[in-house]
Design a protein around this ligand. Sequence first.
Ligand code: PHE
Length: 366
Amino acid sequence: MTDLTPQKDAALSAIEAADTLDALEAIRLEALGKKGWVSLALKTLGQMSPEERQEAAPAIQAIRAQIADALATRKAELEAAELEKQLASETLDLTLPAAELPRGSVHPVSQVMDELAEIFADLGFAVATGPEIEDDWHNFTALNMDESHPARAMHDTFYFPDKAEDGASILLRTHTSPVQIRSMKVHGAPIRIIAPGRVYRSDSDATHTPMFHQVEGLVVDKGIHLGHLKWTLETFFKAFFEREDITLRLRPSYFPFTEPSVEVDVGYSNEGNRRVVGGHGDAEGHDWMELGGSGMVNRRVLEMAGVDPDEYQGFAFGLGIDRIAMLKYGMNDLRAFFDGDPRWLSHYGFGAVDQPTLSAGVGVAS
Ligand code: PHE
């Protein structure tokens, strides 16, 4: 029988030198695989005489066991080293505090819309919505501004180049007042709604942006008069600005869709470089700021919206949401509202709170 000792020694030192599991597997196949030299040596036992076999068999078996042992030992070593390497490179420390994720915030305009929807909901107003892409009839004609009305020119309207199928001009609504018409046409009278939303005018400077926000208010019922309008606005402003000493000034004005019409001013005083709402008209440093228009709904508007003006009267108002937001939260540049600068938002934005939003929580009439 051939002496297997040199092959065995070579295999054992190769096993010790193997530095990958793949290399180790190659050595195993070469020795113990089906065609490996140890397996072939075992096959020769069959051709041996019983005496020879008695001597050779234990020797070959011993070699096989020795190599298998060495393989198992080296394999365990290599696996341990691999794990060690993995632990060193993948540093995941579950005891560390989690990295802070950037947090979104609620835009002041959205916050203010929620605040006012909540205050008006307490006064029994539902939230109504209308399309931002309007037709000429809802935005102007039904609001008592026919084609030749000079007030149309004051609106700096964005018109679409194409007309609707019925030939109507299509435009971006210039105010939220068309929602008055849409709501009355659907629900008739009595009705009590606010309609907050975006409006558009071709106008841009420090105090005007081409897109801004208004909230429309409309109350139609029997026996409604200007006193109801004044009380409603006063009650709203007290709740919104969280002060009792709110002074309102209703200034005679003109809107085609209200008669009589009044402009709504609120008293404020300068504290440092901030305008603070409240105080009285005769106090030092006191001034008035215009917040919107209002008046008794023109009977022609009620008629065009299908409400009988001999039976029902109404008041309506339209306030600039961005303006009242600036006044409440002390922001001074309107354009910053729509720049989308995250630094401005993280300074003035609001954390999300669990309260009704315009899309949920308050009844929506449309
Ligand atoms: N729609 C008017 C505007 O945008 C405001 C207004 C609304 C005036 C309702 C009176 C009544 O200027």
